[in-house]
Design a protein around this ligand. Structure first.
Ligand code: SF4
Ligand code: SF4
Length: 250
């Protein structure tokens, strides 16, 4: 998945455009980003145990299953322990979190645990919106132009209306003819990329990706006007790690 939990909402604020390494999330955005993170990568057992530790107070016991298939959870003295498999824990913990609505300080700790970067409560100006600042760890980002993200990550459903309008404004018919516009009752509801203009089928790979054999790297031929989903990748150091990006030397 090329989309990042931290940048999933188009109105999220990168605190500084120069340093794209801190993001502000209001309370609802933070909850959505946590859910998206836990769902997008598949089970993350260590993280889920840490999260349970942060979410459950002492009288809400939990224990790891001996077979390692999930967590035993007891939410009150009167209730029996029940085994929640790791595959169901993201939904279980997110629903618990959304129901409890913890104070900002605790939500910041949970963000720090989930996004694996320093996170702290604060106020975003203008508007004095309370929320969480999450560092992205992108200050050391150095793209190796390996093309991994363009070739293997899923982003074909992520084109935004703004991307489409930009290409329309620039009269980039060469790009627009590779976009499928999906309409319902005459209204545009979604876009799909990349479409072969002759066969009208999905292309195997992005048509704008070129191999530069001489320098052993890949180049985007529409770099300055590439889709926002490409521009925003990776959203954080964790996102890079979880999706195979080599920009941090790993
Ligand atoms: S548009 Fe550019 S950045 Fe996006 S997938 Fe294609 S080659 Fe990669
Ligand atoms: S996977 Fe990372 S290093 Fe490779 S091209 Fe994409 S952003 Fe650059």
């Amino acid at each position: 998945m090329r989309g990042s939990a931290l940048r999933m909402n188009s109105h999220l604020h990168v605190v500084s455009m120069k340093e794209k390494h801190k993001i502000f999330l209001n309370y609802a955005e933070a909850l959505r980003a946590i859910r998206f993170d836990l769902e997008q990568y598949g089970p993350q057992p260590v993280l889920l145990r840490q999260l349970a530790q942060l979410l459950f107070s002492d009288d809400m016991m939990f224990a790891q299953d001996k077979q390692g298939s999930g967590l035993w959870i007891k939410l009150s003295q009167r209730k029996k322990m029940c085994l929640v498999p790791y595959g169901q824990l993201p939904e279980y913990l997110c629903t618990f979190l959304e129901d409890r609505q913890p104070p900002l300080e605790q939500l910041a700790k949970i963000c720090g645990c989930v996004f694996q970067e320093p996170s702290y409560p604060g106020i975003q100006f203008p508007g004095k919106v309370q929320g969480i600042f999450v560092e992205t760890g992108l200050e050391d980002f150095k793209c190796r132009q390996c093309g991994q993200c363009c070739r293997f990550l899923e982003y074909r459903r992520e084109l935004t209306h703004e991307d489409y309008l930009l290409w329309q404004g620039l009269q980039r018919s060469d790009i627009l003819e590779r976009v499928r516009v999906i309409r319902e009752k005459g209204q545009i509801v979604a876009y799909r990329i990349w479409i072969d203009p002759v066969t009208h089928r999905n292309t195997d790979c992005c048509p704008w990706l070129s191999r530069d054999s001489e320098h052993n790297r890949y180049i985007c031929r529409i770099y300055d006007v590439r889709p926002e989903i490409c521009h925003q990748y990776p959203g954080s150091r964790k996102h890079a790690r979880m999706t195979g990006c080599r920009a941090f030397g790993s």
